[in-house]
Design a protein around this ligand. Sequence first.
Ligand code: HEC
Ligand code: HEC
Length: 500
Amino acid sequence: MSVCIASVRVPVPVIAMSHPNTVLPPALPAGRQPNRTPGGRAGRTSLRRIVLRVVLGLVIACAALAGYALAYPERMPDAIGEAVENMTGANAHPVHFERPAVEPMSAIALLGKQLFNDPSLSASGQQSCASCHSASHAYGPPNDLSVQLGGPHMQDAGYRPPPSLTYLYRQAPFSIGPDAADADIPVSLDQAASAAQGVQRAVKTAGAAPAAPAMVPQGGLFWDGRADSLQRQALGPLTNPVEMANKDLGAVVQKLSQDKYRDTFGKLFGPAVLHDPNLLASEAMFAIARFQIEDPSFHAFSSKYDYWLEGRARLSQAELHGLRLFNDQNKANCAGCHLSAVSRDGLPPMFTDQQYEALGVPRNTSLALNKDPKFYDMGTCGPFRKDIADQTQYCGMFLTPTLRNTATRHAFFHNGVYHDLKHVMDFYNLRNTSPEKIYPRDASGKVQKYDDLPAKYQANIDVADAPFDRKAGEKPAMTDQDIDDIIAFLKTLNDGYKVN
Ligand code: HEC
Ligand code: HEC
């Protein structure tokens, strides 16, 4: 390529100078032979013609090669492919990955869709799953509130921001330590947690396989992983007093037994389901789960980044730079936790490693629960999750969310403390280097670092993984330009990109 570029650049003036109309002699009258003396005027002219043809040929060949390289950087040698990637934003190493198969939805999933969108299943009669998980907002909240309102009169504030429901189809059940399926004797979460204690936690480095098995919890649904399956999860919001607020399972079953559903339930699950409240509720939740699994809009993989991975779209210079910083283990290192590469088994990246981390996000003083200074949402160790509350080494840990469609959100982190990506980025960049810009000061003027976790658990907070490995006063990992570019890249993770 560079040879070509050089040879394209140099001969241009030669072509201009030897343009036939300006330099070549006028056509000779018929019958008259030109003087053939070697070194004579005609000899020089034909030599010039040959040189001209060779140069023209070279230029055309180079132009064709350059055109080909621009169109198919992946077919070029690495160095050329990368040069083209830098210039045009085309992916020099496109990959193939498997999207979930798209098939017509089953009758059960269609029932699930109806239930998902039905406000009459709530105590207020005004709220459905879709109120907080809006299809036109990547199944996340449709407004910029930190938490949503719900309850019997739609006046009670929620505890946490609703996550996007996209890309949960591959979420593993909650576990701690190495793959529990390998163990001979089944272990409880508490046993697993105790076994994991004292084991050096592996540092998370973008692009590198972890050096040790994960000793932090992984998998599960909700910010603290307390639900294991979409089916079990769905009953949570239906009976949560600040959400759909049914007072108990009986109240849910009564609503499911409305005339409009009776026939369908009977047909799909057999008439016995109408006389067994537990079974009815369980089948209804199964239907809601099937909807989230079968409807392709929950895992469309239609972002610009997906198409770029496949070599079907080009990133802008800002997006490309942002991607590189995102993957750079010494800079943003986002991919250390928000995995950005196609998995070894050919599945598209989920932008989460499904693990739990304590990032020390600042307290959101606007939350109703936080009016009580003694209240702390500590994620995995409670208070909403209760089973591993004794495992205090996990206090403050929350599930790493997917960053797919994150740029469509208006409330970030488990407490919704930030409302735009710029503030999220400032948190990652400045938490250690300039904590005074992230946390408030107390009455005496002291910066309240990690103000949303009791002091005794603050050692759980991640200070090992970049960009959190910087010290106070050091240069931050990212410049303002870097941050703008990473945000530009994050926007390429929104579904619904149209490829030409
Ligand atoms: C009032 C708002 C609200 C309503 C209504 C609501 N949710 Fe949620 N949803 C939330 C919040 C808040 C969370 C996170 C809760 C937590 O982490 O403790 C959540 C979490 C979830 C999750 C887990 C997502 C993840 O990434 O772990 C699923 C799945 C889900 N909701 C499905 C549903 C279904 C199905 C319904 C209807 C039956 C529903 N939600 C109704 C607010 C709501
Ligand atoms: C050490 C692991 C880790 C690294 C590195 C990391 N994140 Fe995160 N990220 C998390 C966890 C865990 C959360 C949730 C924390 C919470 O809510 O308390 C999160 C949350 C987020 C959110 C909020 C998403 C939502 O739905 O609310 C965004 C945006 C985000 N990260 C972007 C980034 C970017 C950009 C980078 C690189 C600068 C990055 N993360 C680096 C683990 C990580």
